[in-house]
Design a protein around this ligand. Structure first.
Ligand code: NAD
Length: 721
């Protein structure tokens, strides 16, 4: 047997840099294993292999009395590498459960997990299979699998209840929420908490328990006494009142198996078969896809420079968006000055921001201390000159090119040279706005969605002359605010509004072809959209939409498809705010049946016959319009990744998360079938819109997936902005 080294030695992957591995070190009679697989210490196959080899080596070394297992970085492990589930290597030997945990179960010397940062999913399951656990008090622990479409599959549903009892374990497994080590200090999950010097104290702890026998194993503890299947079912019912989905139901079944099975092994076998039954579902694949695409940002390869530091921000325009953006900036720890040309508007805006913070404190959703800090960081700026020291200025004034250019002319002159200037336009060309500032390299689009303090999506739009630093700063700021930044090209409504325009046009055309607006809404809502297209138009405001499409330089063919919507607008039926739109708004929304006669008149004038519409035909026309336009957006580089388009629709437009996104849906249908549908629509409607993009035809011909498509010549993926 080769003796264990006394300084860290890396068990590296064959073809990888030496940084990606498990480090093994010797401190007197204690061996220290450090998982070192950046960025999250994922337990992928090479790391599992290195860990298994290290534990095997320790088991055969008589001079080792105990082992400490920890993360080489400031955290333990983020768990499984989700890409392995789709690549098929997740279960490649050695497996976490069958090999590594089994080895830990049989070891002759104890292994102490030392937890800092986070131990999540497979990372926590690994810690649960160790014999002792010591932790920093604020280490975050959790089994988030149910939020990712699956369940813990390496004994988590069997060991966690034995460690912390059924009620806490069931709540944690069903919700996927994290908890701190200090919250579990009174349970068998945590043996010691150490505020400082975790590794040194873990080594001392390991030496102190090295000779204690029997070596404790959570698997040997009785599952929470006093709990039976009926009481578990009652508790599960309480926990499942909201957000019930398949993985949550199956997670309950797995914990339940711990109570009904005779042995720990049987419980684990049950967990494994439930886990496998879930992994192959479309819902689970969509959940993994969501997680992976939202946790990385694709950005143009030519951009490499890092972000500029931001502590002071300013918002211009204290209306709906300005207020939301200010709240969001405050939540990111920034100082925020708000400016508006209207004195009353400024007062009202700042008061609304303050009221919102006070309300959150009263409701208990914001701790008092944090609320006070945010209140102390917000101020009204009566003159633009007061924004001269801001590191980042975000404009949210009226959607009017002249007004925006005037604002940028003014701030271009007063803002300090290193400030980044962003516009929250939803439709306008960024370039003339940037040019007006006289310093276009500092200007970038940041299209927040409403309400900006809640919606996580922000489209980040580089103009022709946007510099690397401005783009990197906008992306980094987005991340800092807890948002999901998606880069979009400066063209025709960026990604979201460009695609949604085509979706709404189909909804309107379907009505001209015989369906009622509320029938279209009902069909799409039954399919999973959070709101039908006509309800969406009424919410946004039919006048606002008309203003946006007439201001758009990109849409010469507007009249044809939007004529009905224009007619609705001309009646003053702007939507919710005017009490009437496609619906009449009173205590509830009821169909505005006057619209039907207008639509029929319009159809008759164009000799378009009315036909019967089935739900699936309505859904296909609207959703495949998103796919047709999404493919064009990818082909032209407006979107860098298929996954970005899906993120925009899930996060910004109420697309059902369980379906992944329009492009993921097209992949499930099959791209050959998708092309065939579009050709059918084209011959039925004689509308050139349905000509499939060349990219789509190419991907279909090569059996590729459009949701996995990346403009590789244009992008880098960056996870740690
Ligand atoms: P809003 O009408 O609620 O507010 C605009 C504010 O800007 C008003 O308070 C007005 O007094 C102020 N303003 C006008 N000209 C100004 C100037 N020259 N200097 C300083 N302040 C000025 O508008 P909003 O809905 O908040 O929209 C603002 C921007 O955000 C628009 O570009 C809009 O397209 C975009 N946007 C809106 C939404 C939305 O859902 N409302 C969503 C995304 C983006």
């Amino acid at each position: 047997m080769i003796p264990l080294p006394s300084s860290p030695t890396y068990l590296a992957r064959e073809s990888d840099s030496p940084a990606t591995c498990v480090a093994i070190e010797r401190r007197s009679s204690v061996a220290v294993l450090q998982i070192a697989n950046p960025p999250v210490n994922a337990l992928d196959q090479p790391t599992r292999s290195a860990l298994h080899a290290a534990l095997t080596q320790i088991e055969h070394d008589d001079s080792v009395a105990a082992t400490v297992l920890t993360g080489a970085t400031s955290f333990f492990s983020g768990g499984a590498d989700l890409t392995e589930f789709d690549a098929g290597t997740a279960f490649a030997s050695p497996s976490l459960h069958r090999d590594i945990h089994t080895l830990l179960d049989s070891m002759q010397t104890p292994v102490v997990a030392a937890l800092s940062g986070y131990a999540l999913g497979g990372g926590l399951e690994l810690a649960l299979a160790c014999h002792y656990r010591v932790a920093e008090p604020d280490a975050l622990l959790g089994l988030p699998e149910s939020t990712l479409g699956f369940i813990p599959g390496a004994g988590g549903t069997q060991r966690l209840p034995r460690a912390i009892g059924i009620p806490r374990a069931l709540a944690a497994i069903v919700s996927g929420k994290r908890f701190t080590a200090s919250e579990m200090a009174d349970t068998a999950l945590i043996d010691q908490l150490y505020d400082t010097e975790l590794l040194d104290r873990a080594v001392a702890f390991a030496a102190s328990i090295a000779s204690a026998r029997p070596i404790p194993r959570l698997r040997d503890r009785p599952i929470d006494v006093g709990w039976d299947v009926d009481s578990l079912d009652r508790l599960a019912q309480d926990l499942m009142t909201s957000n019930v989905n398949t993985s949550r139901r199956i997670a309950v079944a797995a914990v339940r198996a711990g109570l009904t099975c005779r042995t720990f092994e049987e419980g684990c076998a049950s967990e494994e078969s439930l886990f496998l039954s879930l992994m192959s579902t479309d819902e689970a694949a969509a959940a993994r896809y969501r997680f992976l695409s939202e946790s990385s940002v694709a950005w143009p390869r030519r951009f490499g420079e890092r972000a500029r530091p931001i502590t002071r921000a300013a918002v211009i325009g204290a209306g709906t968006m300005g207020r939301g953006i200010a709240l969001s900036l405050l939540s990111g720890g920034l100082e925020v000055a708000i400016h508006d040309t209207s004195v009353e508007g400024l007062q009202a805006g700042v008061t609304a921001v303050r009221d919102s913070l006070e309300r959150a404190v009263r409701k208990g959703t914001l701790p008092r201390l944090e609320g006070d800090m945010r209140l102390s960081r917000v101020r009204a700026a009566e003159s633009l000159d007061e924004l001269a020291e801001a590191d980042m200025i975000i404009e949210a004034v009226f959607e009017n090119p002249e007004v925006k250019q005037d604002v940028f002319r003014a701030i271009g002159a007063i803002a300090k040279p290193e400030a980044v200037l962003a516009t929250n336009t939803s439709t306008l060309d960024i370039d003339p706005i940037a040019a007006a500032s006289g310093r276009p390299a500092d200007v970038v689009g940041m299209h927040f969605f409403s309400p900006a303090q809640i919606m996580r999506l922000v489209e980040v739009i580089p103009g022709t002359d946007t510099g690397e630093a401005a783009l990197a700063t906008a992306l980094t700021l987005g991340k800092r605010l807890g948002k999901i930044p998606v880069i979009a090209g400066n063209d025709d409504g960026f990604i979201g509004n460009r695609l949604v325009d085509k979706y709404l046009r189909q909804a309107l055309q379907i009505c001209v072809e015989g369906a009622a607006p509320w029938q279209v809404d009902a069909a799409l809502q039954r399919w999973g959209m959070s709101m039908g297209p006509f309800r969406m138009m009424d919410l946004v405001g039919n006048d606002i939409l008309r203003q946006a499409r007439t201001a758009s330089p990109h849409r010469p063919d507007i009249g044809r498809d939007w004529a009905i919507a224009d007619a609705v607008c001309e009646q003053g039926w702007f939507g919710r705010k005017s009490g009437k739109g496609w619906y009449c708004y009173g205590d509830s929304a009821t169909p505005n049946t006057d619209v039907t006669a207008m639509v029929r008149e319009h159809a008759a004038a164009r000799s378009i016959p009315a036909k019967e519409w089935r739900d699936d035909a309505i859904v296909d026309r609207c959703i495949f319009a998103l796919v047709a336009e999404g493919a064009r957006a990818l082909e032209s580089g407006v979107a860098l990744r298929g996954a970005d388009i899906d993120t925009v629709f899930r996060q910004g437009y109420g697309f059902p998360p369980a379906k992944g996104g329009p492009l993921f849906h097209a992949d499930l249908v099959g791209l050959a079938g998708t092309v065939e549908r579009m050709e059918r629509f084209r011959s039925a409607t004689n509308d050139p819109f349905w000509e499939p993009a060349l990219l789509l035809r190419d991907l279909a011909a090569t059996s590729s997936r459009i949701s996995a498509f990346t403009n590789t010549d244009r992008t880098n993926e960056n996870e740690d902005l």
